[in-house]
Each structure stands twice: as structure tokens, then as C-alpha cells.
Design a protein around this ligand. Structure first.
Ligand code: PLP
Length: 386
């Protein structure tokens, strides 16, 4: 029996060639490939500026810092996400405020956002869970009326659309963050990027990416120094992405539309094979949203909710690399021990308890898809005593 993971990268010969070309060139890092990759990200999404960084987590960290968030500030965050969406707020010494999600999409609920805004709220970090865009019209309207910065953690949503605009175009969010980890839509090994249309944010992000240093004469505090001169204005980091990685990213990005189309095709097969089954609900796609299906999350119906872990183990034992996305962030011991033991987001909790992610990635073959469908059917029917 073949083990089918929940996600896997797709690397072909042209990706390999693109990387080898850089390995044989003069620049392994901070050469021409970084700019090229950033330009391709802008062209793809429609954003004005892109800043390539070493991971999605680094991208989130820098967006929070560029937004000027620090001690005493609150940032509204979705609890149903990977840890980094909230950890980035902690890095900055600020306070993540977890607000509940909507049950069908697991995306942050704009009504809950409004209820949780205080005089200390500075920003909202919303996650396009599984590749399905949030209710961006409402979120950006709330943010504008309250003067809040919007960060789209779009690590699941490269290639997705919302109301005919690409995620990352900057129409609804001040900054959009992507990850290029191998489980995501395209990969650079490790890697990430921040996209924005705001020049000031862009300049801050560029400096923070490399130690808070600028070489731009226009930005210098002390002007008229020699050509050697550079200045550090802020405490930044080395969050750079290497040319080797950017070359891979540019090569991968050329195939993104094909990858997303294949993910959507697989979702279509699952939807028709599992439509109207008595055991679980399928991910839905709202009007105006084109999901890029980073995940295919199923949600167990009431009668099976208590058996999730048992079902999960049976699927794993039958060769499916299913996952659970996610235990709400505030339930982790670190957050429990740091003031979050009384937080309750009942819808996020309920979603988590029902959720199982089926294998979903472009390289799944039709026989692997058949194996997923058969294994899932058999597992549920045995449970049902059929
Ligand atoms: C993957 C992911 C991240 C972190 O990205 P890395 O590149 O692994 O650091 C952040 N947020 C979400 C929602 C993710 O899925």
C-alpha cells in the first residue's frame, strides 16, 4: 500500500535547471534573481511592491514591525491558523486578540472583529483558510472606519481570487504575506514574501529584511558621506532570501496557474465523489471566491464528531497522510501559560474537533485520487457497520 501525503511539492526539470544556473553564476545570494522573483510576484498578483524574505514567518514578523506594532498594542488574529499568524504579534511584544471564525469557512468573522476592537487595537491579521478568501469587503471596511492596518496572512491563498481580484493585489489589505514552504502552492525550500502598494511600508520592510540598514542616499540621516556609507535606522534582521531560492521561486511561479487549476480539479473530483454523503460536510466556495485549495478540509457531522481521532487514525493506518488544521492557537501550552487560558472561540473549537484534511496537491495522480476516495468511503462505511 502506497502512503499518500497530504501535500507535496512539484519540482520539474526546468526548476532544477534554474537553480543550477544560479549555482554556476557569480551570485548565490542578493544577485539579480531576488529582484526578478519580486517583480514576477508583483506581475502575478497586481501588487506594486514585493519583498522576498526567508520564510512566511519572517514575512509576518516584518509586516507587524513595519506596521509599527509594539508593546501595549493589540492585534486581532484568527485562532484557526498556523502558530506563526499569532506568534508574529508576540515577537513584537504586542498582544494577539483571538476572535472567532465563521463555521462554514473557518475564516475570521467580521462581526467578532468589530466586537473586539478596543482603543489599543492597531491591526487585524486575517487568514484565507485553506485558500478560501476571507470576507474582505467587510474586513477592509471595518479597518478603514477604525484606522486599523490589515495584514492578510495568505500563506494558504497564493493564486486565489476574491471578487475578480487576485489575493495579494492590495485592494483590501495593507500587506499580504505568502509562504513558499514545500507544502504551499509554490516553493523555494523555505521562503516567503510581503506584498504591498504602500511605498513607506515597502521601504520599512526592505530595511528590516537586512539589519535595518539603508544604502539609499535619499533616506540617510547623515548625508554627503562616501559611496561606502550605509546607515542602520532600526533593529532589523537577516531575513533575506537567497538567489538560489528566488530562481526556484520564479521558475515555480510560471506554473502556479496550472498548479491551482489542478488543485481545483481534484477538489471537483472529491466534491462529486463525496457529495451528499451522510458522514461529513465538504469545503464550500462562496460567491465571488475562487479558492486555491491549499487544503481540502472535511468536517464530520454531529454523530461522528466524537470519533474524529479514531477516524483520523484509521485513515492514517490505511495510508492516507491526513492532517488536522488546526487546533486553535490559544489552546497550545505556551498561550495557555501566557494569559490565554480563559479564551473561548466556540466556532473555531467546533471546527477543529470535526476537521480532517484530505490529501491535496497538484502531483496527485488519478490512481492516487481513486485510492483516497476508496479509503475514505471504506473507512466511513465500516464505522457505520455497512
Ligand atoms: C505556512 C504558514 C505560515 C508560515 O510560513 P513558513 O514559511 O512556514 O514560515 C504562516 N501562516 C500560515 C497560515 C501558514 O499556513
Amino acid at each position: 500500500m502506497e502512503f499518500i501525503p497530504y501535500s507535496h511539492q512539484s519540482i520539474n526539470e526546468s526548476d532544477v535547471k534554474a537553480v543550477i544556473r544560479v549555482l554556476k553564476s557569480d551570485w548565490l545570494t542578493q544577485g539579480p534573481c531576488v529582484n526578478d522573483f519580486e517583480k514576477c510576484l508583483c506581475d502575478y498578483t497586481g501588487a506594486k511592491y514585493a519583498v522576498a524574505v526567508s520564510s512566511g514567518t519572517a514575512a509576518l514578523h516584518l509586516s507587524v514591525l513595519a506596521a509599527g506594532i509594539g508593546s501595549g498594542d493589540e492585534v486581532i488574529v484568527s485562532p484557526l491558523t498556523f502558530l506563526a499568524s499569532a506568534n508574529c504579534v508576540m515577537y513584537a511584544g504586542a498582544k494577539p486578540v483571538f476572535v472567532d471564525v465563521r463555521s462554514e469557512t473557518a475564516n475570521i468573522d467580521p462581526v467578532q472583529i468589530e466586537k473586539n476592537i478596543t482603543k489599543n487595537t492597531k491591526a487585524i491579521i486575517a487568514v484565507d483558510y485553506a485558500g478560501h478568501a476571507c470576507d474582505w469587503t467587510k474586513i477592509s471596511k471595518i479597518a478603514k472606519s477604525k484606522g486599523l492596518i490589515v495584514i492578510d496572512d495568505a500563506c494558504h491563498a497564493l493564486g486565489a481570487s476574491y471578487k475578480s481580484t487576485k489575493i495579494g493585489c492590495g485592494r483590501y489589505a495593507d500587506m499580504t504575506v505568502f509562504s513558499f514552504h514545500p507544502v504551499k502552492h509554490i516553493t523555494t525550500g523555505e521562503g516567503g514574501a510581503i506584498l504591498t502598494n504602500n511605498k513607506q511600508l515597502y521601504q520599512k520592510l526592505m530595511m528590516l529584511r537586512t539589519h535595518g540598514v539603508t544604502k539609499d542616499e535619499e533616506l540617510m540621516v547623515n548625508k554627503g558621506n562616501g559611496a561606502w556609507h550605509y546607515e542602520m535606522h532600526q533593529l532589523g534582521f537577516n531575513y533575506r532570501l537567497a538567489d538560489i531560492q528566488c530562481a526556484l521561486g520564479t521558475s515555480q511561479l510560471k506554473k502556479l496557474d496550472k498548479f491551482v487549476a489542478r488543485r481545483r480539479e481534484i477538489a471537483g473530483i472529491y466534491n462529486s465523489e463525496f457529495g451528499n454523503n451522510p458522514y461529513f460536510d465538504l469545503p464550500l466556495e462562496k460567491d465571488g471566491v475562487i479558492s486555491s485549495y491549499h487544503l481540502y478540509p472535511i468536517r464530520l457531522k454531529d454523530k461522528l464528531k466524537a470519533k474524529r481521532d479514531d477516524i483520523f487514525s484509521k485513515l492514517r493506518d490505511s495510508g492516507l497522510g491526513v492532517q488536522v488544521h488546526y487546533m486553535p492557537v490559544y489552546m497550545h501550552p505556551y498561550y495557555q501559560n501566557n494569559g490565554y487560558s480563559k479564551i473561548k472561540c466556540p466556532k473555531a473549537l467546533d471546527f477543529f474537533l470535526r476537521e480532517i484534511s484530505l490529501p491535496m496537491f497538484p502531483a496527485l495522480t488519478s490512481s492516487q485520487i481513486k485510492q483516497v476516495v476508496k479509503t475514505v468511503r471504506d473507512t466511513f462505511e465500516v464505522l457505520d457497520g455497512k
